[in-house]
Write a protein that binds this ligand. Structure first.
Ligand SMILES: CC(C)(COP(=O)(O)OP(=O)(O)OC[C@H]1O[C@@H](n2cnc3c(N)ncnc32)[C@H](O)[C@@H]1OP(=O)(O)O)[C@@H](O)C(=O)NCCC(=O)NCCS
Length: 153
């Protein structure tokens, strides 16, 4: 089951994101960053366990552009469609907001290809450079792949 995140979800998300960040899979995020962007976050609740088993953020970048960030599905729950469900929830929110394009910077190119994204040159995402890249630990040697989807209206 999908729902938007609440502030009492943040401690768990923070702990798990930073464990995966240590493996180099996602970027680390501070508690302050997660609390102040809680409205970006979607979570997936396992119906049986009643616990959060995945999350994903949709961050608006510009008038037509948003980014999928911090997408994680707990290891024991992967390959069951949860990642797709979270990304599709972000697409639905993006459409409601009137956005036409969503991108991700990722190592998981096959997953993103299967949910509709295509690989693009990072140069097509100038707003990303203006905002976050300059402060990222990977800048200017980012080895992630930029992927983009044009949403149907
Ligand atoms: C990437 C991730 C979110 C995928 O979540 P998931 O719940 O396993 O994905 P789904 O089950 O919804 O998979 C959707 C499709 O992608 C495919 N897929 C998922 N992970 C894949 C992988 N690592 N390699 C190739 N294909 C993959 C699935 O087979 C499925 O294909 P299909 O629908 O055509 O049969 C998960 O592996 C993860 O949390 N990884 C670590 C964190 C990370 O790298 N996040 C991305 C940050 S941008």
């Amino acid at each position: 089951m999908h729902r938007k995140a609440r502030v009492d979800d943040i401690r768990l998300i923070h702990r798990e994101i930073n464990l995966l960040a240590a493996e180099g899979k996602v970027l680390p995020r501070s508690l302050n960053d997660l609390y102040t962007h809680v409205r970006d976050l979607h979570v997936w609740i396992d119906d049986g366990l009643k616990t959060i088993v995945g999350w994903c953020a949709l961050h608006v970048m510009w008038e037509d552009l948003a980014e999928i960030r911090s997408l994680v599905v707990a290891k024991a729950h992967r390959r069951r469609g949860i990642g797709r469900g979270l990304v599709e929830a972000c697409f639905a929110e993006a459409r409601e907001l009137g956005l036409s394009r969503v991108f991700a910077l990722t190592y998981e190119t096959e997953f993103f290809r299967r949910v509709g994204f295509r690989i693009v040159d990072k140069q097509v995402l100038p707003q990303k450079i203006w905002s976050d890249c300059l402060n990222c630990t990977k800048f200017p040697d980012c080895d992630e792949t930029a992927m983009l989807i044009d949403l149907d209206p």
